[in-house]
Design a protein around this ligand. Structure first.
Ligand SMILES: CC(C)(COP(=O)(O)OP(=O)(O)OC[C@H]1O[C@@H](n2cnc3c(N)ncnc32)[C@H](O)[C@@H]1OP(=O)(O)O)[C@@H](O)C(=O)NCCC(=O)NCCS
Length: 170
């Protein structure tokens, strides 16, 4: 199914004023995509405050999707990894995620890298279907270290990859 883009949505780089809004979308979306799909011990490290703590260091690699003043989704890129991709529930199935993922790919590509990767919890079937529709390939199982305030927790995931085109020369 090709999703219809939600009218009026634009993407822009995140800034420090977006921290609370990004954390709120991340917190709610994390629960939607991960509860029951990750070790139960991770949930206590995924409160709203935990996301607020984690966002600032990532703002420079974040693009937000906005509808008027509202942040309705975001993508975070770390080198060649699409580290996080979250869309608010009311904006799902409307093409917002498509635009954010392609934006993330462009950020990886602009860094001179020819392949992007991401990890998705094996049981997160909606996200996996989405990535496959977006032409990402399932490259197999991966034990992903999910960061916590005190260390990390291993999450059984699938690694997805996509070969990228060369960045255009201005
Ligand atoms: C993952 C996410 C970004 C995808 O964006 P989206 O707008 O929901 O994606 P789409 O609706 O375009 O595509 C989802 C696909 O899953 C299907 N789907 C919908 N609900 C589903 C469900 N409960 N189970 C399985 N598949 C489902 C949709 O039909 C669609 O498949 P299709 O295109 O073949 O019809 C978004 O769902 C989200 O933010 N989820 C919560 C956070 C999350 O899991 N992030 C990813 C972390 S790796």
């Amino acid at each position: 199914m090709t999703s219809m883009t939600l009218p009026g949505v634009t993407l822009r780089p995140a800034d420090s004023d977006d921290v609370a809004a990004v954390a709120a979308v991340w917190h709610t979306g994390w629960r939607d995509g991960h509860l029951g799909n990750v070790p139960a011990s991770l949930e206590q490290h995924r409160r709203l405050d935990d996301f607020r703590r984690r966002v600032p260091a990532r703002i420079a690699g974040t693009q937000v999707a906005v509808l008027g003043p509202r942040v309705i989704g975001f993508v975070m890129v770390d080198y060649d990894e699409i580290e996080q991709l979250f869309v608010a529930a009311e904006a799902r199935g409307r093409g917002v995620a498509d635009a954010l993922l392609r934006q993330g790919e462009e950020m990886v590509s602009a860094g001179g890298l020819g392949r992007a990767w991401l990890a998705v919890a094996s049981g997160n079937t909606r996200a996996r279907r989405f990535y496959e529709r977006m032409d990402w390939q399932d490259a197999g199982p991966i034990e992903y270290s999910a960061e916590t305030a005190t260390g990390s927790i291993t999450v059984p995931c699938r690694r997805y990859e996509r070969q990228l085109g060369f960045p255009s020369r201005g």
